[in-house]
Design a protein around this ligand. Structure first.
Ligand code: 4UU
Length: 572
């Protein structure tokens, strides 16, 4: 085998050249980001109001935020909750907290009161940032709250005065605490391979590695200038994919991030045209919505777009083909499309401009990552060799992988499937206050079990074929079945329950509940769905209910998930 796979050890190495990571142990994410040049363009623009924050403004707001928080009594190591939707202030708050050596924990702002309460207790939150609509949900917790305005116009309004003071440079600090790369920077939530959601502890080193191995690496692969890139931020910044790109990584490139507060496909198209968006990171359901919308209108052809990247859930061939057909100027990672659809157009453009094709090509980039790997995993954008649709690409630089047979524990060579194990500088430190879960997820040699079934082909490209772990991916969001089962089991008329994901064209997967009712109960499907909906964030809602007499469980009482899923599918 070539040098990217060792049959002796079963280790796969990245085919990309290794990148240098900063080796100064005293380095924080914010100093690292701002050590890179920007070209003076806007850093963040609110797509609906046009309000913007320039790079120099961003850095001064971040510093001011850090010092202001210090003045308020927040210290290094304290945990700050971000319960805010996408906003141009998201990065200001996040980076301000990190610059002080405190820890951020982002949460979906639409989470329920009980989810918020659990989250606050689990990671011992000292302070929360939120928007006015969500304040009520935070009040019972009794922690101090800072309200973040929707736009700059509101900044001086009385309820936002503390936020205004925090970012307007009213504070100064003589010395900043010493922050080490090994220090905790963020606590994200993921259920990992099994069980309920757990705090994923990410260090500054993890975030710096993510910036280098995912965001900056990707930019370095293209010939166009990264500081002229305009990204559309629709993906939520409370999830690792959006957080890594929009709230942190892209700011090290000097790119401009157009922030859309809420997903609306018409607003997406308007924003792409208005701001000449060049890069649009999405999850599969957004691509579906975009395709549908473009088919129905002749108005926009998204001329400014040069790259759409997609990840977080499997992307079907059908969705890809549908999307490509709506954009006649699309170059693709897949040979057939490149030759059938693109080639004639590209050769015209090449003749006209004399520039190489790779400069003009539109790319659809497939990416794979997870919360536990700080979004670092694979990217499939190799323009020299066009691949099959379904590959998620090559292993990111500096990362190593194994493909492990989960029955025998042996490492599998290219062409054979097994569970993907990952190792490298972006792998989380572990789960918060949960040594057992950490030990069963990261082994003593540092290998992270991803719970994804994959194989490498003979050229080192990775393919995902299945998922061993329990999570459900609804529109790219993670849902832990155990979290929903917990809620269901509290219902007085529910005797037993299991939740499983079922394929769905629009959302990828939907959570379906398998419910055993008390004898004599006439509880309806709707009543169960409503009951759960009241207690969870909207994306976690149960979308279907199936009544049954028993839930398949092991002798130890654990839900037999494969069997449950099989039963479910047969009943639906
Ligand atoms: C099939 O979803 C994420 C991270 C997404 C991401 C990160 C960097 C996408 C593109 C990118 O460049 O994190 P989590 O923790 O919410 O979910 C992780 C799980 C994976 O283990 C896998 O099961 O989400 C699934 N997943 C994918 N599945 C992630 N990406 C893909 C993909 N195809 N491309």
């Amino acid at each position: 085998y070539p040098n990217w796979y060792s049959p002796e050890t079963g280790i796969y190495y990245s085919k990309h050249v290794s990148l240098d990571l900063p080796n100064d142990p005293f380095l924080d994410t914010v100093s690292f980001i701002f050590s890179h040049r920007h070209n003076g363009a806007s850093a963040l623009i609110d797509s609906s109001t046009g309000h913007s924050i320039s790079y120099p403004e961003l850095f001064s707001m971040v510093k001011s935020m850090a010092f202001g928080l210090h003045e308020m009594g927040i210290s290094q190591g304290d945990v700050v909750l971000l319960l805010i939707p996408n906003s141009i202030y998201y990065s200001v708050v996040l980076l301000g907290v990190l610059y002080l050596g405190a820890i951020v924990t982002p949460l979906n702002p639409l989470s329920s009161v009980s989810e918020i309460r659990k989250h606050i207790a689990d990671c011992d939150v000292s302070l929360a940032f939120t928007v006015p609509e969500q304040v009520k949900k935070l009040q019972p917790s009794g922690i101090p709250i800072i309200e973040v305005p929707e736009n700059m116009k509101d900044l001086k309004h009385v309820c936002f005065s503390s936020f205004f003071n925090l970012i307007s440079g009213s504070f100064d600090l003589l010395s900043r605490p010493v922050i080490k790369q090994e220090d905790t920077a963020a606590i994200m939530y993921s259920s990992g391979t099994t069980g309920v959601s757990k705090g994923v502890v990410l260090t500054h080193k993890n975030l710096i590695s993510m910036v280098q191995l995912f965001v900056r690496f990707e930019a370095s692969q293209h010939e166009y200038s990264s500081s002229k890139n305009v990204f559309l931020a629709v993906l939520p910044m409370f999830h690792i994919y959006g957080l890594s790109l929009f709230a942190i990584g892209l700011l090290s490139l000097g790119s401009t991030v157009i922030v859309l507060r809420k997903f609306d496909i018409n607003e997406v198209i308007k924003a792409i045209d208005k701001y000449k968006v060049t890069h649009f990171p999405v999850v599969p359901p957004i691509l579906t919505a975009l395709t549908k919308r473009l088919k129905g209108s002749s108005g926009s052809n998204l001329q400014s777009l040069i790259q759409v990247s997609c990840g977080a859930a499997p992307l079907s061939r059908k969705i890809i083909e549908g999307f490509v057909q709506t954009l006649p100027h699309v170059d693709f990672i897949q040979q057939r499309i490149r030759f059938c659809v693109i080639e004639p157009l590209l050769s015209v453009q090449t003749r006209k401009t004399g520039r190489p094709i790779s400069n003009l090509a539109f790319l659809l980039v497939l990416g794979y990552g997870m919360t536990e790997s700080t979004a670092v995993g694979t990217r499939g954008f190799n323009t020299e060799k066009f691949r099959n649709y379904s590959s998620i690409g090559l292993l990111a630089p500096n990362m190593e992988a194994k493909v492990v047979d989960w029955n025998t524990g042996s490492s599998m060579p290219p062409g054979s499937s097994g569970e993907l194990w990952l190792r490298g500088p972006a792998i989380m430190r572990g789960y918060l206050n949960n040594e057992l879960a950490t030990l069963s997820t990261i082994d003593k040699d540092g290998w992270l079990r991803t719970g994804d079934v994959v194989y490498f082909d003979q050229d080192g490209y990775l393919y995902i074929s299945d998922r061993l772990k329990d999570i459900i991916k609804y529109k790219g969001f993670q849902i832990a079945p155990a979290d929903l089962e917990d809620v269901l089991m509290w219902h007085p008329e529910v005797v037993d329950a299991a939740v499983a994901g079922v394929m769905d064209e629009e959302s990828g997967e939907i959570p379906v509940a398998f419910v055993v009712r008390k004898i004599g109960s006439v509880l309806s499907h709707e009543a169960i769905m409503d009951y759960v909906a009241e207690q969870v964030a909207p994306h976690k809602k149960i979308r279907k209910v199936v009544f049954t007499d028993s839930i398949p469980r092991s002798a130890a009482g654990k839900i037999l998930r494969r069997q449950t899923r099989k039963c479910l599918t047969s009943k639906l």
